[in-house]
Write a protein that binds this ligand. Sequence first.
Ligand SMILES: Cc1cc2nc3c(=O)[nH]c(=O)nc-3n(C[C@H](O)[C@H](O)[C@H](O)COP(=O)(O)OP(=O)(O)OC[C@H]3O[C@@H](n4cnc5c(N)ncnc54)[C@H](O)[C@@H]3O)c2cc1C
Length: 351
Amino acid sequence: MNHSPRAGDEAPDPAGSPASRPEGALGRWLTGPRFGALPAPAALPAPALSFEFFPPKTDALEAQLWTCVRRLEPLAPRFVSVTYGAGGTTQARTHATVSRLATETSLTPAAHLTCVGATRDEVDEVARGYWEAGVRHIVALRGDAPAGGDYQPHPGGYDYAADLVEGLLRVAPFEISVAAYPEIHPTATSADHDLDNLRRKLDAGATRAITQYFFEGETFLRFIDRAAAKGITVPIVPGILPVSNFAQVSKFSAMCGTTVPAWMAKLFEGLDHDPDTRRMVAATVAAEQVRLLQANGVDEFHFYTLNRPDLTYAIAHLLGARPVSPTAPAAPSGPVEEARADKAADTVAAG
Ligand SMILES: Cc1cc2nc3c(=O)[nH]c(=O)nc-3n(C[C@H](O)[C@H](O)[C@H](O)COP(=O)(O)OP(=O)(O)OC[C@H]3O[C@@H](n4cnc5c(N)ncnc54)[C@H](O)[C@@H]3O)c2cc1C
């Protein structure tokens, strides 16, 4: 059958002829601009996931972390990473958490390591300890000055993350991830300069970039286009921060250079003292963000969990992630644990 159009053949107008076209709400619905539907998750492969935790300071936070780990473990993330406190202040706790993840769970841990406040020998020693404990993946970072203020390289230390990547690979053949900034690192002189820096870290041997969190999907999509134009071909994994405490995240975002869009402030308006509603709004905001990225071809996500599992679990579920052992899913932690976690996280900064 020939379907080529002929003169006089016109596609039927779904809204009817102008004379019969309905007006008002139905008219707007039939003729107005629409958003294209996001692809059904069933049409897409489940994404690769990674989860970030921070090392706990107290027994209560320790219990919260392990509840979180056990809840997320069945999603079989590619790796889970543990942060390193500013200036190496959590060195022992980071090491203990990473070692326990390596020995007591089915997860593949990655240890964050920074240049701040330590000589090269000291950093190398920590890295060697990880290698000997069976840890094969390091997230290599410069870090920030512990008391805020300008960063100063430690005399005799690694100056910047690119130097650290080189040094780590002299210690052992680690898999190395580094940080990337869709909205530019706060001290970078230009977007171009920032991408050159990312390039240096990859040329030094890193094989993955994980981004600072951002809220506009477009910001990330533009960034990966700019990176591709620079010839960067390694995976750039979006860092997703499910926002359950908007006031805290706004404050932290101002320091790390992440834009908090006005629409987001509007969505969280009036919810400072309503954690239950805030959590539902947070899930919706993050779900829209990740599904938009997924619809645009992003198939790997890194979640800043803040040691709270349920938002991350729900968002991963919406992306198509399912427990690898459906017969034994971990129990949800429930609103009581989540509320407790909310309170604890008030004292903790992301990243
Ligand atoms: C995924 C992720 C995880 C993080 N985890 C942690 C963590 O566990 N602990 C922690 O303390 N912080 C963490 N951070 C925060 C990070 O330490 C800060 O953002 C820090 O300010 C920069 O680290 P970097 O590795 O990106 O630095 P770098 O890549 O070294 O760059 C930092 C700045 O220095 C500039 N620069 C680089 N080389 C030179 C040079 N040779 N001369 C002059 N300027 C130069 C760069 O252009 C850039 O502006 C994390 C950030 C991200 C995105």
